[in-house]
Design a protein around this ligand. Structure first.
Ligand code: AMP
Length: 509
């Protein structure tokens, strides 16, 4: 069970079929934007041969910071299928954040998208190439046969995906070939993927490897349409142009599609044909109903984490639910779902969701203590609060870890607090997530200023924007006289959140 299995089948069964359709004018300079599955396999082999030539050995890390693109997708195979490890990095991170990941992962090669090249000019590794003509020239060796991976090992790490969790620094989630295989195949099965599908990459590929879809879709010969910048109307245009049938998205993206559809001229593309798989935060049932009614798309919810490759539970309309009134159906789809095949879910005595199965991470890269904590007792601790109803469906009710999810991206509140603390006027700070119509949650900082110091909201936000990825900066700052603490000096985040979440059913969005 290795990632090569997916690529080999695509090449054998679908060599002439469009594999990846990139942004116009983006892929092969001045030439076609489409690469066939045969072409994708050839390019992946040429990359493996190029890495041989550079002396990059098995198990060595290749980091890539890129928007969605055909060149990023081919690295999923060109790097991992020959036993090397891909580190896909969030392109929205700041220079320092990327530098930390490149260094911590010990990457020997760094590839950067032309759009982030200038911002990351001094971030480097043994080899550094800009994706495009430069990386093609340096990496692709189409005339050489790559040295085979002599003993393919399904338990070898295939990718390391850095994720913001409970610590100030992101942790590197080691996902094995076996994790990818099981996740890809079960996900495709539950989403009902066939070779008649056309997929649109509305989810960033760096985020949990695009939830594993790039692997599953390749094995099944599904054409994959790339989109670099998320825009509701642009999504609809591509659904129409390419006959898209399937996409994955965070709730914020769903909202942007609904907004665009409201002013779309003519019938909404994809009606009765497209399905959208949503996760990252619990979607409101009103949104689910609107997807089914206003778009005529099928709504599927999944729940999972980078640490679980990511699939844990699925909620897809069952045959028995077809005749239910739309409102009732939407309510039922608002739950995170039932475990996917091979996954076991249980709620701990303290209300935490625990998971077991073949998609659970190998460990956090070079963080044995964090790994031991996360896997204590043989179950993966999700850090999410959840409940199982009498039908056995899981709903996520609360986030126990100190993480804010805004627009589908995780932000460690500790990281933002650390950043605010580095401002000389800040004496105390607590960062929380508050509800937002657009982003699900948005970041709020409660700040106590040091005596005789001055700083206003705009200045503190600008301070964070300079140091962190833009989406991690607070969108509001409230100056307070004090921040209430427990007798042991702990800030109780749930208490601070209370006033902003009053009247909401749950404490996460
Ligand atoms: P990530 O590792 O970035 O994919 O984030 C995983 C986190 O997203 C989980 O621990 C949950 O807090 C949240 N999440 C993912 N899917 C759902 C869902 N369907 N409902 C509620 N929260 C979700």
């Amino acid at each position: 069970m290795t990632t090569a299995d997916f690529l080999d089948r695509a090449e054998q069964v679908y060599p002439l079929r469009s594999g990846v359709v990139d942004e116009p004018g983006h892929f092969q300079d001045g030439g076609l934007d489409t690469v066939t599955y045969g072409g994708l396999a050839e390019r992946a082999r040429a990359i493996a041969a190029g890495l041989d030539e550079l002396g990059v050995g098995r198990g060595e890390r290749v980091a890539v910071v890129s928007h969605n693109s055909a060149r990023l997708l081919e690295l999923f195979f060109g790097v991992t299928a020959w036993g090397r490890v891909l580190v896909p990095v969030n392109f929205r991170l700041s220079r320092d954040e990327v530098a930390y990941i490149v260094e911590h992962s010990g990457a020997s090669v760094l590839l950067v998208d032309p759009e982030v090249d200038a911002a990351l000019a001094d971030v480097t590794a043994g080899h550094r190439f800009v994706l495009g003509a430069e990386s093609d020239g340096a990496l692709l060796r189409p005339d050489a046969e790559p040295v085979p991976w002599e003993q393919p090992d399904e338990d070898a790490t295939a990718t390391i995906n850095y994720t913001s969790g409970t610590t100030a620094r992101p942790k590197g989630v080691q996902i094995t070939h076996r994790n990818i295989w099981v996740n890809g195949v079960t996900f495709a099965l539950h989403a009902g993927v066939t070779d008649r599908d056309v997929y649109l990459h509305t989810l960033p590929m760096f985020h949990a490897n695009g939830w594993g879809m790039p692997f599953a879709l390749t094995g099944l010969g599904v054409p994959q349409v790339v989109i670099r910048k998320i825009d509701g109307a642009d999504i609809l245009r591509r659904v129409e142009r390419y006959g898209v049938t399937l996409m994955c998205a965070a709730p914020a993206v769903v909202s942007s599609v609904l907004e665009a559809a409201a002013s779309w001229d003519g019938p909404v593309p994809g009606r009765d044909r497209t399905r959208i798989v949503v996760a990252g935060a619990p979607p409101p049932s009103r949104t689910i109903q609107r997807v089914e009614e206003e778009l005529g798309w099928e709504f599927v919810q999944i729940y999972g984490l980078t640490e679980t490759s990511p699939l844990l539970t699925v909620n897809r309309r069952r045959a028995e639910e077809d005749a239910l009134p739309p409102e009732e159906r939407a309510k039922r789809l608002g739950r995170a779902g039932m475990p996917g095949i091979g996954t076991r879910i249980r709620i701990s005595d303290t209300g935490e969701v625990l998971a077991r199965g073949n998609t659970v991470l190998e460990g956090y890269w070079e963080q044995p203590d964090a790994t031991a904590d996360a896997l204590e007792g043989g179950w993966f601790h999700t850090g999410d609060g959840g409940v199982l109803d009498d039908e056995g469906y899981l709903s996520i009710s609360d986030r126990r870890k100190d993480v804010i999810i805004t627009g589908g991206e995780n932000v460690s509140s500790i990281e933002v607090e650390d950043c605010l603390f580095s401002h000389p006027a800040v004496a105390e700070v607590a960062v929380i997530g508050v509800p937002s119509e657009k982003w699900g949650e948005t970041i709020k900082a409660l700040v106590v200023l040091a005596p005789a110091q001055q700083a206003d909201e705009a200045e503190l936000i600008a301070h964070c924007k300079k140091r962190l990825a833009g989406y991690k900066a607070p969108t509001s700052v409230e100056l307070r006289e004090a921040i209430p603490r427990t007798a042991t000096g702990k800030v109780q985040k749930f208490k601070l959140r209370e006033q902003y979440w009053a009247g909401q059913e749950r404490q996460v969005n």
